[in-house]
Design a protein around this ligand. Structure first.
Ligand SMILES: [Fe+2]
Length: 440
């Protein structure tokens, strides 16, 4: 045995998830001794491809005896929550619950027609008997008019319908609620899609602190996507969130001497539902889900659940990604993987970017705060070289049906960055929701 596997997995700067399962990258041209070591410990292997770009091959392996990461217990999760690192709860959901199989069947059928005109209306009609009569679905014309005001991603949006919610006989009192279908990319072979629920103006209201609005979306989510109850009514998940996301004491406002408004301290709830179909050749580029918003009232994170199919993930904190980007560019600067200098740092602009990264300081962090990682976007999405570097540093994992992922968020500069690939030959179905905290 060459011991190379132990060198990678046991490296002091590798950060495996607890639980004795890890992911490493491999290539057919690797040393036979190394490939034999991998094969001996292998649980699964996956070829990564996203939007036509090959990101290499990963193996999921048993890591016992190679590294000491400890048990997947509350102490480990608390530290990871505080560090804005991923919390993977394997097999948390019981997708064998009665009633779940027919819903999944409907969702897979919906995915097949979601790009056809009228698919969203069909989905809404099929849910009408569960829908609170206080909701009124607006027609196509009115939705188009409201859609012009609310903004959106014209290129990837498929269809959108607005709904009003009648409170005390006044349907105009609340914000506009909406449901839309979207593609995830423009790539021809990527059949990934999603349904998204939210309210108000796109972008501007994505981080809304209007709890009544979020609570109405929560209700709409329960009625349109009843499978979200697997998360929403999951006592274990809610208890864990309560144990991880501790509420700070209300601090005094130092200028006025008055106590600052208390942070929300009630139960966690889930809002702004997204139902995803991650299809082969699809996935999501590196990004975070944080906003520039008040710390106390912030979105506490995002919860993701895999209900069918498999996905492959890279997920790490802002701080960890900053370290890895710098390390990667240092390698390139030293002349390793020489083709990368031409691919990522071409010309005068490229040289300037490289210099800024190598200088250290605030630049890398500031770019990682931006949507899609700003000027670092091509680096953090570079496969297979950067993808493999992250996997070998312990930032990769696979998700299977029943697995739940908690993505902590402590604000723009201290959050979880993540990138997703489809890892199954068929499209997989999953849910993701924003985690918020109720006012007491
Ligand atoms: Fe995300």
């Amino acid at each position: 045995m060459s011991g190379m596997l132990k060198e990678i997995v046991g490296a002091p700067d590798r950060h495996d998830l607890p639980g004795g399962v890890g992911v490493i990258s491999w290539a057919p041209e690797d040393e036979p001794e190394f490939l034999a070591e991998v094969a001996e410990r292998e649980r699964a292997r996956v070829e990564l491809q996203r939007r036509g770009i090959v990101h290499g091959s990963w193996a999921e392996i048993r890591t016992d005896g190679l590294c000491d990461v400890g048990a997947a217990d509350i102490h480990a999760w608390r530290q990871r929550w505080a560090d804005a690192r991923p919390i993977l709860l394997r097999g948390m959901l019981d997708s064998t619950l009665p009633g779940f199989a027919p819903v999944l069947k409907q969702r897979m059928a919906l995915h097949k027609t979601i790009r056809d005109e009228g698919a969203l209306d069909g989905f809404l009609e099929a849910s009408l008997e569960r829908l609170d009569p206080r909701f009124t679905v607006r027609g196509a014309e009115e939705s188009a008019r409201l859609g012009e005001q609310a903004g959106g991603d014209g290129q990837r949006d498929l269809e959108r319908r607005f709904l009003s919610f009648d409170t005390d006989g006044d349907a105009k009192a609340g914000p506009n609620y909406w449901v839309k279908t979207q593609r995830l990319s423009d790539h021809e072979e990527d059949m990934s899609a999603r349904i998204r629920l939210s309210f108000g103006q796109e972008v501007d209201d994505d981080a809304s602190h209007d709890e009544a609005g979020h609570r109405t979306i929560e209700q709409l989510g329960r009625e349109l996507l009843p499978e979200t109850a697997l998360l929403r009514d999951n006592r274990d998940l809610l208890t864990l969130l309560g144990e991880l996301d501790l509420v700070e004491e209300a601090a005094e406002d130092s200028d006025s001497g008055n106590p600052a408004p208390p942070p929300p301290s009630g139960e966690h709830y889930f809002t702004q539902d997204i139902a995803f179909w991650n299809a082969p050749n699809g996935g999501v580029l590196m990004h975070h889900d944080a906003f520039d918003e008040d710390y106390n009232e912030r979105q506490r994170g995002v919860v993701y659940a895999q209900l069918s199919g498999e996905t492959a993930w890279l997920a790490l904190s802002t701080q960890e990604l900053a370290v890895r980007v710098t390390e990667f560019v240092e390698y390139i600067d030293e002349g390793e993987m020489p083709w990368l200098k031409a691919a990522l740092f071409r010309g005068h602009q490229g040289a300037t970017l490289m210099r800024k990264i190598l200088k250290g300081g605030r630049f890398v962090y500031a770019e990682l705060e931006k949507p899609g990682c700003g000027q670092l976007s091509r680096i953090v999405n570079r496969g297979p070289e950067f993808t493999n570097l992250l996997a070998d540093a312990g930032h990769a994992f696979l998700m299977r049906p029943g697995d739940v992922l908690l993505m902590p968020n402590h604000g723009l500069g201290h959050t979880l960055l993540h990138s997703v690939f489809c890892a199954s030959p068929e499209p997989g179905y999953s849910l993701s929701m924003a985690v918020r905290r109720a006012a007491e």
